[in-house]
Design a protein around this ligand. Structure first.
Ligand code: GTP
Ligand code: MG
Length: 471
């Protein structure tokens, strides 16, 4: 373990040296991480951001664009040969084609390089030619950050905690019964190990569908090409894990360690530790709709996710970062087009409060943070209707399920986020005074004028926060 940690650090330092040389002498590279829990809107965000950086007609709050200093924006081959490319063209044609549809779920890491040719601002403008700035945008599942906590635990501790959490979840009862039936010192038997891992994975999947966010280890839900391999064929068992050679529990403990070594560490080393600026997308409206339990669970998951940005969080990360820091973190409540703009401030306040705990704890060592309510791809229009003698601010769009146009009122969010977060924390079963709804809207058919990217809400402000200072 020591050796691999050292090796990580050495690699990281060599890389840092190279990056610094590149950045100062040649062309700056900004690595932007985009993460969030499943379905939080990562793919749509990246697709629309890139499209709107290439066609900047709808980016008035991105200063360099408004000042006309971005001369060109073009896609280039990415620097990392082993990371899948973010399939920008396919996602964009899904969203903006003649039959618009939301892109498929992606569930793995991917990367895209967008390069901007920018004229300098201020006094230097006339003296020096334009510079090229590379944006490397990395899409990765937020669930993978939850795995960081595993590094601090051994198999016995992890099993104990995981089983304790599971005991309170109805979705886990089948697995709990299955694992309780296994003899404490059972001999290793591959079909049995497989069956236990399958039972455990079924529980994690069911828990996620039921609205639980904390469903780690992350790769059990998103196995990709690791499916069926021994690093994913383990499950929590009771006992202390000091069993005899050849026992089931001992082998499970070994695989748990292999998961940390072969899955968790490489992700942090190869992707996470190289990020300069981070976007964390949160489907807060979705959680509010699911109810107080989902909100509380999401808040907990955010604390854990953001823990990864806390310097000194554990020795492995500290060494990996080697003094480097994530410079900016943007917390964005996505899908704000489900709300009339009069409610956007309330949504921003909620996302701010939702991550406040995490933020207070983390303090991110000087990283700048901001909360925004955004829609990466606006699928609705706003109107005011009269309902039972009252004016209601609604949004109108095409419903995903039926294809029909509908006006929709999602409920009135409280101005004080505590009205949601307090009952959530206290374990309320449902909201007291309000019912919040969400609708699934289909992306609308667009006829984009030349120079305009897809319609959005505050994507330009997000871009200004993330990049403005470097353009
Ligand atoms: N109305 C609206 N819906 C959105 C927006 N962005 C995302 N959505 C909805 O959220 C869903 C998930 O968006 P994705 O971008 O695929 O989310 P993701 O985080 O990449 O999801 P995974 O790849 O499954 O982790 C979409 O299918 C849409 O239904 C938006 O700006 N407006
Ligand atoms: Mg995706």
């Amino acid at each position: 373990m020591v050796i691999s940690t050292l090796a990580d650090t050495v690699l990281r330092q060599i890389e840092t040296v190279q990056n610094t040389v590149n950045e100062t002498l040649f062309e700056p590279v900004i690595r932007i991480g985009v993460t969030g829990l499943a379905r939080s809107g990562k793919t749509v965000f990246i697709t629309s951001l890139v499209a709107n950086l290439m066609n900047r007609g709808r980016m008035p709050h991105l200063a360099a664009a408004a000042e006309g200093r971005i001369e060109a924006a073009f896609l280039q081959p990415q620097p990392d040969d082993t990371v899948p490319r973010f399939d920008f063209e396919a996602h964009l044609s899904d969203l903006t084609g003649p039959k618009p549809r939301w892109p498929d779920s992606t569930r793995a890491v991917s990367e895209l390089r967008l390069s901007l040719r920018v004229r300098r601002a201020g006094l230097l403008a006339g003296l020096q030619g334009p510079r090229t700035i590379h944006l490397d945008i990395i899409d990765y599942p937020g669930e993978w950050l939850l795995d960081l906590a595993l590094l601090d635990k051994d198999y016995a501790t992890w099993s104990q905690e995981t089983l304790a959490r599971a005991a309170e979840r109805p979705q886990a009862q089948a697995y709990l019964a299955q694992s309780a039936a296994v003899a404490a010192d059972a001999k290793l038997d591959e079909p049995l190990a497989k069956a236990l891992a399958a039972g455990f994975t079924d529980y994690l999947n069911a828990a996620r569908v039921a609205g639980f966010y904390d469903c780690s280890p992350g790769r059990f839900l998103l196995p990709g090409d690791l499916e069926g391999s021994p690093v994913l064929t383990f499950a929590p068992l009771t006992g202390d894990g000091t069993d005899a050679r050849g026992s089931l529990r001992r082998e499970m403990a070994r695989r748990f360690e292999a998961y940390k070594r072969a899955v968790v560490r490489p992700f942090f080393r190869d992707h996470f530790a190289r990020i300069d600026r981070q976007v964390v997308l949160v489907d807060a409206l979705g959680a509010i709709h699911k109810g107080p339990r989902a909100v509380e669970d999401m808040r907990g998951a955010m604390v854990d996710i953001l823990g990864a940005f806390r310097p000194g969080r554990n020795a492995f990360l500290t060494q990996l970062f080697a003094g480097k820091r994530v410079e900016k973190i943007l917390f964005a409540a996505t899908k704000a087009d489900h709300l009339h703009h009069k409610q956007h401030d309330k949504l921003t306040a909620i996302i701010d409060a939702l991550v406040r705990d995490a933020r207070n704890k983390a303090q991110f060592a000087g990283a700048q943070t901001q909360a925004l309510a955004i829609a990466s791809l606006r699928a609705t229009t706003e109107e005011t209707v009269t309902h039972a003698g009252q004016d209601l601010d609604v949004v109108r769009g095409q419903l995903l399920e039926t294809g029909k146009q509908a006006a929709f009122y999602p409920g009135d969010l409280p101005s004080d986020p505590a009205r949601l977060l307090t009952p959530a924390r206290e374990g309320a079963e449902s909201w007291l005074d309000d019912d919040y709804r969400v609708m699934n809207f289909a992306p609308s058919l667009l006829s984009l004028r030349p120079g305009n990217g897809p319609p959005h809400i505050r994507l330009d402000k997000a871009a200004q926060f993330l990049l403005g200072d470097r353009l």
